[in-house]
Design a binder for this molecule. Sequence first.
Ligand SMILES: Nc1ncnc2c1ncn2[C@@H]1O[C@H](COP(=O)(O)OP(=O)(O)OP(=O)(O)O)[C@@H](O)[C@H]1O
Ligand SMILES: [Mg+2]
Length: 456
Amino acid sequence: MTHDKERRIPLALIVDDDRNIRTVLKGMLEESGFSVMTSQNVEEALPIIVEQDLDLVITDLKMPGKSGMDLLAECRGLKPAVPVIMVTAFGDVEAAVSAIKRGAYDFITKPFDEDELLNVIKKALSESRKNRELVSAYFGREEAPLHDIIGRSDTIKEVLRTVRKVARTDSTVLITGETGVGKELIARAIHTESHRRDQPFIKVNCAAIPDLLLESELFGYERGAFTGAVTSKPGRFEIAHKGSLFLDEIGDMSLHLQAKLLSALQNRSFERVGGVKTIRVDMRIIAATNKDLQEAMRAGAFRQDLFYRLNVVPVRIPPLRERLEDIFPLTDNLVRKFGSRNRKTITGVSPQVMEAFSGYDWPGNIRELENVVERMVVMADADTLGTDLLPDEIRGTARTGESFRKRIESISRLTEKQMIIDALEKTGQNRTKAAELLGISRRTIQNKIKEYGLQA
Ligand SMILES: Nc1ncnc2c1ncn2[C@@H]1O[C@H](COP(=O)(O)OP(=O)(O)OP(=O)(O)O)[C@@H](O)[C@H]1O
Ligand SMILES: [Mg+2]
């Protein structure tokens, strides 16, 4: 299931050290239907570029400290599909040209004409959509459809059932699981499956931001709230209004902020740092952590009352080693993805590699699997990935015991059966089309249908 991306509210980031320009641009963009975040320098902008699903960046060229050109370079590296529009001083043609050469989508000169700017933005968005499809064919991960959640194990199916159910509600969700199991992927899926899908999905990484900063990131601040607060700024809570707020690594939040968060959740309202006005918000909260919160509560590092507020719908994503069946379809998908990205025709991995994969612990879970497969594809000389390409830590687990082989065999039979069922379902039980979909002959599918007793 995919949702019409065009109906989502686009999210723009404005980077400019001049407050007036930020305000004017923000107003213009908001009037044209954007959600807008702003930063006054490059350092502040970078975490936003990393964390948010931005559609557009507009940056000033000349700023104290790092320049718009530096930001452009970072943005090209981090999010190549996001168009960057450079704001340059009137007459500075050289800078403008150099920005375009380094990958800026376009430039506008100050003082800017509103219509001209909106035209450039419109064009950037419509072209970048195509651009994104192109880019995602090569770079996969960044813009992959949210429903690219792969897995055939009963446990992941159960997770997806919960996702669909909870998506229809506004309930708070707490996602737990080891690093790399797909917590963020699931959080985004809950958002896109929900009625809030056209509203912003805003992520806050509670572990990556120092405590004091996190407070103002979350709740915003008023001018003069602390030294350096020369303007007021809305927090992520305000920006996520009507959408979903993803509080990642919630287990790393300080007790002080936990108290503030609890009160904001209870009252559905809060005040900016240094502010008196109460701001009401309506959003779904999705929290995630790889920490054991029960343990943290026992140690007094996590508030029990906050835990119960967040844990309305718990979603536990099991580690990859507990759902061996998922390794097959995931590997298959990754081989194809990295194959096309590296312009190599790789048909798959050898049975010995699959065996080693299934015997390995995967402490980094799916992220680790992604990295391993990517490395193997890059190094590959043949079209099947063999054990010679395995990293040492995985090679060591390649076992050849008879019972182990049987276990793998039964899993791959299960997978095969499921794939045939899926293909038949997708094609309305049309065997010829199902065979085509699977890239096997009609005779093979006939045999398999018989073998697995799938006759209607
Ligand atoms: N079921 C899945 N199907 C396809 N890709 C997946 C699946 N689960 C995870 N991934 C991919 O694995 C990588 C790690 O997932 P994600 O970032 O969501 O994990 P995480 O649990 O948030 O990890 P961390 O705790 O380190 O933040 C991502 O690239 C994600 O797309
Ligand atoms: Mg994560």
